[in-house]
Design a binder for this molecule. Structure first.
Ligand SMILES: Nc1ncnc2c1ncn2[C@@H]1O[C@H](COP(=O)(O)OP(=O)(O)OP(=O)(O)O)[C@@H](O)[C@H]1O
Ligand SMILES: [Zn+2]
Ligand SMILES: [Zn+2]
Length: 812
C-alpha cells in the first residue's frame, strides 16, 4: 500500500505529493487526512496523507516506508482535503500551508531536535562545557528543553560542535500538550472524623484550624476544591494548605481542567420569536433551499437592529431538525459574550465557539467537539470556516463586509469564497448578512449571482436614530479648538442629567498617515489618482501609493494658506482626559487595546456599561458592533474622516460601513437615539449617506467612482510584494517582474509599479510592489506561478521574499 503524502516543507520543489510505503502495522488505520511522520532527505518531517493507492509510479526500491502514523482518526475529512486543493490553486499557496491552516494551532507541528554524538571518539574533542551531556552514551533528547536551561557559553559551544559535525541533529516532531491541569484538594476525613480532629486541634496552629473548619463548614465530603480558590475563600496561604496535606488531613490531586469557557454557566433557554413580516420574507427562501437541499448564496441586507440574528437562528433551527450542521462566522471583534450567549441560549450545549481569546488548548477542545460530532453549530471567527463538519446544512457569514474575513498571510483565502465553495459541495445555502454589504457582494446580488434579501426596518418599527453632521471646520472658525464640538458636549451633558448613556467612538485606524489642514479640511491628494498621499516619515515626503508620485510636505496649506496643516492624530486616553476636565463627575469606561489586554476585560467592561455603571463608553473599533443596550441614546463619532484618507480605494466604503455600524448602536429599543458625527468633510458622499441611512445611494455613487478609477468590482486586482534587505535588489527584481508581466499578459490588462509600499521598510527590509488590474486574464495564474518559479532559488538562498495576493484587501 502506498500513501500519497504532502510533506511539511514549504518550498516549490516539495509542493507535490510524495509516495511512501505504508508499513503493515498501519494498513488498517491509515486514511486520507491523517498526519504522518516521514523521512524526507536527511530529516524527519510531518506530512498529510492525501490519498492511498495500491501501487506507485516510482520503483518500489526507491520508496521509503513512512515512519509513523500520528492520527488514528484523520483530523481532515475528505471534503476538507478537496477544499484544500481548491484553495491552493485559487490563492497560489503551498498545499502544506493550506492543510495546516485548517487545523487548530495546537495540532500544528512543533519541531524539536534530538542531539547525538556522531561517534564515541568525538567525545574527547568536545569542549568541557558540553561534555557531560554526552558522556556514557547519553543523548540530548530535547534541544528545546535543554536550551531553556543552558548557559550562554554552553549553547555557543553546542552550536560549534554542531557546525564541526561532532554532534548530529535529528529534527523531531513534538507532540503537543493539550490538557491543562490544576491542583485540587479534598478532605481525607469524613465529616465526623473532621469534627473530632477539630475538637482537639492545637490552638496555636490557628490558620490550619481555620482552614479545617472552613472545610467542615463549606465543603462536602469528596468534593474537590481548586487550591488557588480555596486560598482566596478561606483566606489562607498556600503554605497552610500544604501543612494540612503533609499531615494527611487533606489530599492533593491533579485535575484536568475542562476549558469550555462557558462550562458551568447555565443559559436560560430561548425559543424562536414570532417574526416580523420582513424577517419572514427573508427566511422563507432560505428555508426552501434548506428543504430542497439546493445551494444558493443569499445576501441579506438588513439595517442595524432589523433582527438578522433571529433570521439566522431560525434557519439554523431548520437545519438541525434535518440532522445537519451549521457554521456561523462573525468578526472576531463582535464575537462578544452577548453574541455567544444568544446562540447558547437558543441551541444549548450543542454549540462550539472558536475564537482567538481562547488558549490553543481551549480552541483544540472546541474543535474536537465538532470533529467528534458532539455539536451541531460552530460559531467563530474566520478560521471557523474550516469546522470539520461532515453534513453541513448552512453557512452564515454575519457582517460579511468585514475585511477580517480575508486572511492576510498565506494562504491568503477569503472566508466568503471558501463558504460558497463548501455550500456548493454540500448543496446547502450560504447567507451573507450585513447592514452595509461589501460593494462586491451587493453588485453580485444585483446581477442575480446572489439571491438578494432585504430588511429595511428595525424590529417593531423602532426608528433609525437621527444623525447630525457637525462641521468641525466651522467649530474652529468660531474659536473652538478642542476635539469636542459644542453640540456634542451639550448632548453628553443632557444624557448625563437624564441618566441615559453615551457611546463615544474614536477611530484609531488611519491616524498620522495623512496630512490635513485643520482650517479648511484640505487633504493632500495625488494629482493622478484621487487618492490621498501617504505621509512617509523616513524621508519626510508625501507619496502616492498607487502610481509612485512623490512630493514634499507643505508647510502651509495650498488651499487656504493656513499653517495649521499637520498630521492627524489623537488617542482615546487623551479624549478621556479632556472629557473629565470638562465634566469631572462623569464616569467613563474606556475600551481600547490598553484596557482590554487582560483576558475577560472586554466582557467585564461591557457588562459594567450594560449595568449602567458608567455614563460614557469611550472606545475604538471594538465598540462599533454588537452592542445592544437600551439606555444608549447618544452616539458620538469624534473624527469621521480619519479613515477616509487612507491610501486605499476602499476607504470611502469602510468609512460608510463603520459609521453606519456605530450609529446603529443608538436607540435600538424604546428610547429614541441620536448620532453626532464630527467631520471635516461633511459633504463627502460616504458621510452624507450615513446621515440619510441610505445604503443604496452610497452604493450607486461608490460604484461610479470604482468604474471611473478602474477598481473592484469592475476590475480584479493582484498584488505582488517584493522585499529584501538590499534596496537595489528589491528595485531590480520588482522592475523585472513588472516588465515580465507587461510582456506576458494581454494588452487590456494593466500593470502598475513598481512603487515603494506605503510602509517602505519594515524591520530593515525594503518593500516594493506591483499591481495588476484586469477584467479577464486567462494567463494570470500561469504568469504568477512563473514568477515564483523564476525566483524560488534566490528566495531559498537569500533574504529575498516575493508574496502574491490574488485578492488583496490591504494595500499597505
Ligand atoms: N421577531 C422579533 N420580535 C421581537 N424582537 C426581535 C425579533 N427579532 C429580533 N428581535 C430583537 O431585536 C433586537 C435587534 O435584533 P438583532 O440584534 O438580531 O439585529 P441585527 O439585525 O443583527 O442588528 P445589528 O446589525 O445592529 O447587529 C434584538 O434585541 C432581538 O432580540
Ligand atoms: Zn487649508
Ligand atoms: Zn497616484
Amino acid at each position: 500500500m502506498i500513501a500519497k503524502v504532502i510533506v511539511d516543507v514549504a518550498a516549490n520543489q516539495t509542493d507535490r505529493v510524495f509516495d511512501y510505503i505504508v508499513p503493515d502495522e498501519f494498513r488498517e488505520t491509515i486514511a486520507p487526512g491523517a498526519r504522518v511522520t516521514v523521512s524526507f532527505g536527511p530529516r524527519k518531517v510531518q506530512g498529510f496523507v492525501t490519498g492511498l493507492d495500491e501501487q506507485s509510479n516510482y520503483s518500489s526500491k526507491k520508496l521509503k516506508e513512512l515512519e509513523n502514523l500520528i492520527d488514528l482518526k484523520p483530523p481532515l475529512t475528505k471534503e476538507l482535503l478537496f477544499l484544500a486543493e481548491w484553495i491552493k490553486n485559487d490563492t497560489l499557496s503551498f498545499h502544506i500551508s493550506v492543510l495546516k491552516s485548517m487545523l487548530p494551532a495546537a495540532m500544528r507541528a512543533k519541531y524539536d531536535k534530538k542531539l547525538t554524538l556522531v561517534s564515541k571518539e568525538m567525545l574527547s574533542k568536545l569542549p568541557e562545557t558540553i561534555k557531560p551531556f554526552f558522556e556514557d552514551g547519553k543523548t540530548l533528547d530535547s534541544w528545546e528543553e535543554w536550551r531553556k536551561k543552558a548557559a550562554e557559553d554552553e549553547k555557543k559551544d553546542m552550536m560549534k560542535a554542531v557546525r564541526q559535525e561532532l554532534v548530529e541533529v535529528t529534527p523531531l516532531v513534538k507532540t503537543n500538550e493539550t490538557k491543562k491541569k490544576q491542583l485540587v484538594v479534598r478532605s481525607a476525613l469524613s465529616k465526623e472524623e473532621l469534627k473530632a480532629v477539630l475538637d482537639d486541634f492545637p490552638s496555636k496552629a490557628a490558620k490550619q484550624k481555620a482552614l479545617l473548619s472552613y472545610f467542615y463548614d463549606n465543603v462536602q465530603e469528596d468534593v474537590r476544591v481548586v487550591i488557588s480558590e480555596l486560598m482566596e475563600q478561606a483566606g489562607v496561604s498556600r503554605q497552610t494548605v500544604q501543612e494540612l496535606v503533609n499531615k494527611e488531613y487533606l489530599l492533593k490531586e491533579e485535575q484536568v481542567v475542562s476549558r469550555d469557557p462557558f462550562e458551568g454557566r447555565t443559559f436560560a433557554s430561548s425559543s424562536p420569536l414570532p417574526l416580523m413580516d420582513e424577517q419572514e420574507e427573508a427566511l422563507t427562501p432560505v428555508i426552501d433551499s434548506i428543504v430542497e437541499e439546493r445551494h444558493t448564496t443569499f445576501l441579506l441586507r438588513g439595517v442595524t437592529g432589523s433582527g438578522k440574528t433571529e433570521v439566522y437562528m431560525q434557519a439554523i433551527d431548520q437545519v438541525i431538525r434535518k440532522g445537519k450542521e451549521a457554521i456561523v462566522l462573525v468578526p472576531e471583534i463582535s464575537l462578544t459574550p452577548q453574541m455567544v450567549t444568544r446562540f447558547k441560549e437558543r441551541f444549548g450545549s450543542r454549540v462550539a465557539v472558536l475564537h482567538s481569546a481562547l488558549s490553543k488548548g481551549e480552541k483544540y477542545d472546541e474543535w474536537l467537539k465538532i470533529r467528534e460530532g458532539k455539536v451541531d453549530v460552530a460559531v467563530g471567527a474566520r478560521s471557523a470556516i474550516f469546522a470539520p463538519f461532515e453534513n453541513l446544512g448552512i453557512i452564515i457569514i454575519d457582517e460579511e463586509h468585514e475585511t477580517s474575513y480575508k486572511q492576510e498571510e498565506t494562504p491568503r483565502y477569503h472566508a466568503r469564497q471558501v463558504a460558497i465553495k463548501r455550500g456548493e459541495i454540500y448543496n446547502c445555502p450560504v447567507i451573507l448578512g450585513s447592514a452595509t454589504p461589501s460593494l462586491e457582494s451587493y453588485a453580485r446580488a444585483k446581477k442575480g449571482v446572489y439571491h438578494l434579501l432585504t430588511m429595511e426596518n428595525r424590529v417593531n418599527h423602532v426608528q433609525m436614530p437621527e444623525v447630525t453632521l457637525v462641521d468641525m471646520r466651522e467649530e474652529l472658525r468660531e474659536g473652538n479648538r478642542s476635539m469636542f464640538s459644542r453640540e456634542l458636549l451639550e448632548g453628553i451633558e443632557a444624557r448625563f442629567k437624564k441618566k441615559e448613556q453615551t457611546v463615544l467612538f474614536l477611530n484609531r485606524r488611519g491616524y498620522s498617515t495623512f496630512i490635513m489642514c485643520r482650517d479648511c479640511g484640505y487633504v493632500a491628494q495625488c494629482p493622478h489618482c484621487d487618492i490621498s498621499l501617504t505621509y512617509h516619515r523616513y524621508n519626510q515626503s508625501l507619496q502616492c501609493h498607487y502610481c509612485g508620485h512623490s512630493e514634499t510636505i507643505p508647510s502651509i496649506c495650498p488651499e487656504c494658506q493656513s499653517d495649521s496643516i499637520r498630521f492627524f492624530g489623537t488617542g482615546t486616553q487623551k479624549v478621556e482626559e479632556e472629557l473629565l476636565k470638562l465634566f469631572p463627575d462623569l464616569s467613563v469606561i474606556r475600551m481600547d487595546v490598553d484596557t482590554t489586554r487582560k483576558k475577560g476585560a472586554h466582557e467585564r467592561l461591557l457588562k459594567q456599561f450594560g449595568e449602567g455603571k458608567a455614563d460614557v463608553l469611550l472606545g475604538t473599533q471594538m465598540i462599533a458592533k454588537g452592542l445592544d443596550f437600551p439606555d444608549i441614546t447618544l452616539v458620538g463619532v469624534l473624527a469621521a474622516d480619519s479613515m477616509l484618507h487612507l491610501p486605499d480605494f476602499r476607504s470611502a466604503e469602510r468609512t460608510f460601513q463603520l459609521l453606519t455600524q456605530v450609529s446603529g448602536r443608538a436607540g435600538r429599543h424604546t428610547k429614541k437615539g441620536e448620532v453626532m458625527v464630527q467631520t471635516y468633510t461633511p459633504d463627502h458622499y460616504s458621510i452624507i449617506d450615513v446621515k440619510a441611512h441610505d445604503y443604496l445611494s452610497f452604493f450607486e455613487k461608490e460604484m461610479s467612482v470604482r468604474r471611473q478609477g478602474g477598481y473592484p468590482p469592475y476590475y480584479f486586482l493582484a498584488l505582488i510584494h517584493v522585499s529584501d534587505e538590499r534596496l537595489d535588489q528589491v528595485i531590480s527584481v520588482s522592475e523585472k517582474i513588472a516588465s515580465f508581466l507587461n510582456r506576458s499578459l494581454s494588452k487590456q490588462t494593466m500593470v502598475y509599479g513598481p512603487v515603494a509600499s506605503a510602509i517602505p521598510r519594515i524591520k530593515d527590509r525594503y518593500r516594493y510592489q506591483c499591481m495588476v488590474k484586469y477584467k479577464v486574464e486567462p494567463k494570470l495564474t500561469e504568469a504568477l506561478q512563473e514568477i515564483i518559479k523564476t525566483y524560488q532559488g534566490e528566495m531559498a538562498r537569500t533574504g529575498l521574499s516575493i508574496t502574491i495576493d490574488t485578492n488583496p484587501y490591504t494595500m499597505l
